[in-house]
Ligand binder design. Structure first.
Ligand SMILES: Cc1ncc(COP(=O)(O)O)c(C=O)c1O
Length: 494
């Protein structure tokens, strides 16, 4: 291609009036290097800092200022960030963070975010390299989970969106093209998932216009896996009553304890019922990174669609989730739309059909895939798999210690990387207080959930930096907080 119009010595665009590029490039470059060094320092020393600390009133005040009308120097704005934001973030980069299900991120992922920001690519469509990176990530994900090579997919914000896309694809498959024009038109569609499924499945039913009542919550067995006899009964009863079972959602890693449904049997039952089989594998699907844990997911490869996150157990910085849809035509039929301003062409920048905007609800989309691609390439599946195994080993060691502590009782089996337990004799209010005290101490950050109707302390081992000694420290902090519990006759600990 003729590129004689490129003049490498031309710097005339540097201070264009109206441009937001710096008038002093060296100064911004210097500030940028400082930002990078500061953040590397922060991450390198993260272990020596509090896990979490409450945003002080003074900082909250400093962050609330009137709508900026005039410019402020970038160095001053950065100083506000450094002073009032950095120390008071969520805490999930710290090895002592064990609340909810949060990935720890990596310095490499941070660099990828910066590069993606620099490119500022819009991955809604058109023909360019960043979309090829996203397609590669989808191909690798399908291969990891054993889905066919032609599997379609998208890198999305997270599993909530990925589950919604799965529900919409199932709805389109059940009702045909008319549903996109006329809505569900009171079709009597019903879906099934376990009563331990994440709330975003119910929300997806709501957003899809199917109603949350059309989601049947199937009871679970003692291991928190969907009771398939109960599922079978419910399907039979609904069918007899004139409802159409259109979707069964299996969970690979329940949010409370990490239980994995019998995905093979659910796949079989879905096929028998003529229903779409979707798997919510938000964090659990990443067990596939380990050859030892992969068998736990048997049957996931039979799913019509799978939702999972890169930002949890794969440690890609927030946000990055994924949806895979086995049948690319059905995926496309769920979202593709004609619009004159998005016309595809055989040549030029408007090539590359189909575009990612044909596969989900968003048109403009950022280059999330880059940080996933770099993480996968730099660490490789083997190292990522070893890290996932390490989380499970730390969870097992923590569970063993809980079992040895006379004042503690385990609330659920450890299926993967989550340990749930209670302090004997402690009521809910005090348990909640103890967890909040530990969080506020800055030593550790466990969270809580409800199991068998009772509040339970929950430690999710997701962060790649967490070692057995971090889990021990968390437990010590909980036990210490329990001894200080102001309940008359509160727990007496050794
Ligand atoms: C099983 C399960 N499904 C869905 C979600 C929602 O994922 P996200 O927060 O990425 O939307 C979670 C979050 O923890 C989860 O554990």
């Amino acid at each position: 291609m003729d590129q004689t119009w490129l003049d490498p010595t031309d710097r005339s665009d540097q201070t264009e009036p109206g441009s937001l590029d710096p008038s002093d490039w060296p100064a911004l470059r210097k500030l940028g290097h400082r930002m990078l060094d500061d953040m590397f320092d922060h991450l390198e020393r993260r272990r020596t800092q509090p896990v979490w600390q409450k945003l002080p009133d003074a900082s909250r005040k400093a962050l609330h200022v009137p709508l900026p009308q005039t410019p402020t120097g970038a160095a001053d704005v950065y100083e506000t960030f450094r002073t009032h934001v950095v120390p008071y973030s969520v805490g999930n980069t710290h090895p002592g963070f064990m609340g909810w299900v949060h990935g720890g991120g990596t310095p490499l992922g941070m660099l990828a975010e910066m590069l993606a920001g620099g490119l500022n690519a819009n991955l809604g469509g058109r023909d360019h390299a960043p979309i090829e990176i996203e397609r590669e990530v989808i191909r690798w994900s399908a291969e990891l989970l054993g889905l066919p090579a032609e599997t379609s997919g998208l890198v999305v914000t997270g599993t909530s969106t990925a589950n919604l896309i799965g529900v919409l694809a199932a709805r389109r498959a059940a009702l045909g093209p008319g549903v996109r024009r006329h809505g569900t038109n009171a079709a009597r569609l019903v879906a099934y998932t376990s009563d331990r499924a994440h709330g975003c499945i119910s929300r997806a039913m709501d957003i899809a216009g199917l109603g949350t009542q059309a989601l049947r919550l199937v009871p679970v067995d003692t291991d928190h896996r969907m009771d398939l006899l109960a599922l079978s009964d419910l399907i039979a009863r609904d069918t007899a009553a004139g409802f159409k079972p259109f979707l069964i959602v299996g969970t690979a890693g329940t949010v409370d304890i990490g239980a994995i449904d019998d995905l093979n049997l659910i796949a079989h039952m879905a096929r028998h019922a003529g229903a779409w089989f979707h798997v919510d594998g938000a964090f659990g699907a990443m067990a596939a990174l380990s050859p030892h844990l992969r068998p736990l997911l048997a049957g996931i490869e039979r799913a019509d669609s799978v939702a999972f996150d890169f930002h949890k157990w794969m440690q890609v910085p927030y946000d990055a989730g994924c949806v895979l849809v086995r049948d690319p035509d059905r995926h496309l039929a769920t979202f593709a739309q004609d619009a004159a301003y998005l016309k595809r062409t055989a040549r030029g920048l408007a090539g590359g059909d189909p575009w990612p905007c044909d596969l989900g609800p968003e048109l403009s989309r950022g280059f999330r895939a880059l940080k996933v691609w770099m993480t996968w390439k730099v660490f490789g599946t083997e190292r990522l798999g070893a890290m996932v195994e390490q989380s499970c080993e730390v969870a097992q060691a923590l569970a063993n210690r809980v079992d040895r502590e006379p004042t503690l009782e385990r609330a659920a089996p450890v299926a993967l990387n989550i340990v749930c337990f209670r302090i004997r004799g402690m009521d809910e209010h005090d348990t909640q207080d103890i967890v909040a005290n530990v969080q506020e101490s800055g030593e550790a950050a466990p969270s809580t959930t409800v199991i068998d109707g009772r509040l339970t302390i929950r430690c999710a081992l997701v962060n790649h930096r967490t070692r057995p000694e971090d889990a021990n420290r968390t437990l010590n902090a909980i036990l210490h907080a329990a001894t200080r519990c102001p309940v008359p006759g509160g727990v007496k600990l050794r």
